[in-house]
Structures are given as structure tokens and as C-alpha cells.
Ligand binder design. Structure first.
Ligand code: GLV
Ligand code: MN
Ligand code: MN
Length: 399
């Protein structure tokens, strides 16, 4: 089945009628459907499927073994996300293997597709959870205790899904099988539309972290409480939103975003007792993300004190800058006849793997650059070109 047809097959899975787009989060119903779909497709293509102890799904062409050429991505989405971020890499992997098989290609090295669990952190907060667990980048006790918005732990959700969370954690045997990893992904930005190319390789990812700001004040009556008597945590929370933009704008190539803010109890006529918000901060270069977050945190503490509120700041995840393996990138570039190389501000499982095995990215042009939103798009011709490019790259790497 071609990649566009594969994408069409999952177009109805996990649609979010309230937010628009898709909400597919690890171990929820949509995620089950996506995972089942992938397993069915892989088995139908004659691949051997197994799920590792961290919930990542592997599909092997031939016997599993060392020095494997591995491609893949993720099936989960952000809340109200687009159709392509993640699934395009998985569908392209399935299609690429079929292209190779149809050509009568026989890989000299083992070839595998890998679907990572929970790349976006849309449910449990920590991005790239499947690859972090696999590589030992997150302590399994910490992972098991992560809670979703309903208070369900990752361990509880995994049990419900039939996985044994006691087995979570670094998996050196699985990791040792990966000779190199290539993730195909929809472009998140407008690099390729200006360069007039459907495909790019990835050169780097900028450092990024997620930080929880928890403000505590005094819940009270919105009409009856004098302004001078208030301890309203929404005020310092608003300061963080504005400080994030100010501080990022003062640095080169910095991004800072507050995309999620939860007041408790959350009533129109109620001064909140607490406000939690999450800051997403990204700056290329050693220590520069920490400097950005320190600047915003200082403004938050000052505003909290002025309102008689308290504040705790917790780092929920951090990933350093990634420079993708240049030898691998060059090899992909040669196979593709010379394509642009793009840096990105978006995180990927390939970035987590890059600290352990040669890893790289292929990007498929996104005409608007919009991502993490329902408008995310790639032209069918470019999607097809992506799968064909991935097939050529996999043939080169495994031939
Ligand atoms: C994942 O897509 C991220 O960059 O947040
Ligand atoms: Mn994403
Ligand atoms: Mn992604």
C-alpha cells in the first residue's frame, strides 16, 4: 500500500471534535487503535512484530540482529494536533519497505521499523518517553510515577494497556541492535517551501526544556474581595506569559512559550487558589536555555511576592542541543542527489537516540510550515517523494 493510502487509513482515528485535529495520547483509545493498525499492517507485510519492555513497537524485516538499519517515528499527537507529525514517519517506513520488497531488494543488514511510545508528552508531560526509557535517559521510577491530567499514573495506564511497568527502563539489548536510525518527519517550519525542494536532511535540534510553574495564593470571591486583600496567583502567572516573550525576544534564536495554564478551581467568579502553567523554552547553545529560564523565573518570583503568592518551579524535561551524525547525513544527501540540510527547533526521538547511535532525519515539505495544529499539511506528491526517498536511503544503508 502506498504511503498516501496508509495515511488515509488512519485519517479517522483519534479525531478531536472539540479542539479540531487529532488527540492521540499514549495508552488511550486512539493510541490503541493506531498501534493495532500498525501491527496489522506490519504483520500483513510479513514483518515480525514485538513490543519492547517500554511499550515501543518493533517490526523486523528478517531476523532481528545487530547493526540493524532502523527507521520509524511515533503515533501519538499533541492535543488537537495535525495528521502528519509522527504517523507520516511510520507510514513512510511501512511504504518504503514495501517499495524495496517490490523491487526484489534483499537487505544485507537487518532492517526494522520502530514506533516510539509517547513522543509528544501530550498525556504525561515528558516528551520522547519511549526513547528516553529505552536509552536510560529517564529514571523508570520517575516515569512510572508521572501523572496525567486525571491523576492516572503512567504505571497504571500501562497496566490497563496490558504492559508491565515494572519492566520499564534502560534496554541496552534492544539499543545495541540499532546500527543507525533514520526518522522521516513532516517539516515543522517553512524552510523547504522557499528552497523549492520536497525533501531535506536534518542537521541539528536546538536544546529544549519544559518547566512547571506552580503558583499558590488564596481562593476567594471575585466580587466581594477588595483588590488590596487579594492573593491572586493568576497575576504572577500572567507575568510569566509576558516575560517568556520578552526574555526570548532579547536572545538570538530563542523560543519561549506558555501553551498550557490550569487555574484551580477554575470558576469565572472565583479568584483562583492555585495556577499551574508550563513553560516550553528552547535556545541553541550551551547553558543558554537555563539562562532564559532563569530570567523568566526571576520575574515570576518577583511578581509572586508582590501578590503575596508562593511559587515552585520544577524542570520536567530537558534535552541538550543535538547535532546529527554528519557521516550519515552526508550519505543520505548523496543518495538523494543533494538536498537542503535543515536545523530545527522541534524535538524528535531521533534526537534522543543521537547520543547513542548514528541518527538522522528526513523532512518532507510542509507548505505552510504549521505544525502541532490541525492545519499541518504535506502535498500527496511530496508525501510520496518522502517514502521513495526513505526507501532509497534504507537501501543504501542496508544494502
Ligand atoms: C515535539 O514535537 C516538540 O518539539 O515539542
Ligand atoms: Mn510534535
Ligand atoms: Mn514528531
Amino acid at each position: 500500500m502506498g504511503v498516501n493510502q496508509l495515511m488515509n487509513e488512519i485519517a479517522g482515528v483519534g479525531r478531536d471534535s472539540r479542539r479540531g485535529g487529532y488527540s492521540r495520547h499514549v495508552y488511550d483509545y486512539a493510541d490503541f487503535e493506531m498501534r493495532d493498525w500498525f501491527i496489522d499492517q506490519a504483520l500483513h507485510s510479513g514483518l515480525d512484530v514485538n513490543t519492547d519492555r517500554n511499550g515501543n513497537i518493533w517490526a523486523w524485516w528478517g531476523s532481528p540482529g545487530a547493526d540493524a538499519v532502523v527507521t520509524g517515528s511515533h503515533l501519538d499527537s499533541v492535543p488537537g494536533g495535525g495528521a502528519y507529525d509522527g504517523p507520516l514517519g511510520v507510514a513512510s517506513g511501512l511504504a518504503a519497505l514495501e517499495i524495496l520488497r517490490d523491487k526484489g531488494f534483499t537487505p544485507a543488514k537487518p532492517l526494522a521499523l520502530l514506533v516510539f511510545a509517547e513522543e509528544e508528552g501530550g498525556r504525561f508531560g515528558v516528551p520522547c518517553l519511549g526513547s528516553r526509557l529505552l536509552t536510560g535517559a529517564i529514571d523508570p521510577d520517575r516515569a512510572r510515577a508521572l501523572r496525567d491530567a486525571e491523576g492516572i499514573t503512567l504505571a497504571e495506564a500501562a497496566v490497563k494497556a496490558g504492559h508491565d511497568p515494572k519492566r520499564f527502563g534502560a534496554d541496552p539489548e534492544s539499543l545495541a541492535q540499532i546500527g543507525c536510525f533514520v526518522e522521516l518527519h513532516v517539516e515543522q517550519g517553512r524552510g523547504l517551501i522557499d528552497l523549492d525542494s520536497p525533501i531535506a536532511t536534518g542537521s541539528s535540534i536546538i536544546a529544549h526544556g519544559r518547566y512547571r510553574f506552580s503558583f499558590s495564593g488564596q481562593g476567594n470571591h471575585a466580587g466581594a474581595t477588595r483588590l488590596t486583600d487579594r492573593h491572586d496567583p493568576m497575576l504572577p502567572a500572567a507575568t510569566v506569559v509576558a516575560a517568556a516573550r520578552r526574555a526570548a525576544a532579547a536572545m538570538t534564536d530563542a523560543r519561549a512559550t506558555v501553551g498550557r495554564l490550569v487555574p484551580t478551581p477554575g470558576g469565572t467568579n472565583v479568584i483562583a487558589s492555585t495556577v499551574d502553567l508550563w513553560l516550553d523554552a528552547r535556545v541553541a547553545g550551551d547553558g543558554r536555555t537555563a539562562a532564559l529560564v532563569e530570567d523568566i523565573t526571576a520575574a515570576a518570583h518577583e511578581a509572586a511576592a508582590a501578590e503575596g503568592c508562593t511559587l515552585t518551579v520544577t524542570e520536567e524535561s530537558y534535552s541538550d542541543d543535538v547535532v546529527f551524525d554528519e557521516t550519515l547525513r552526508k550519505r543520505m544527501d548523496d543518495v538523494l542527489g543533494g538536498v537542503p540540510a535543515l536545523p530545527t527547533g522541534a524535538g524528535h526521538d531521533a534526537g534522543i537516540l543521537a547520543g547513542h547511535v548514528p541518527s538522522g532525519m528526513l523532512y518532507v515539505r510542509n507548505p505552510t510550515g504549521i505544525s502541532h495544529a490541525p492545519e499541518e499539511f504535506a502535498e500527496p506528491a511530496d508525501v510520496e517523494s518522502g517514502a521513495q526517498s526513505l526507501a532509497r536511503v534504507l537501501a543504501e544503508l542496508s544494502g
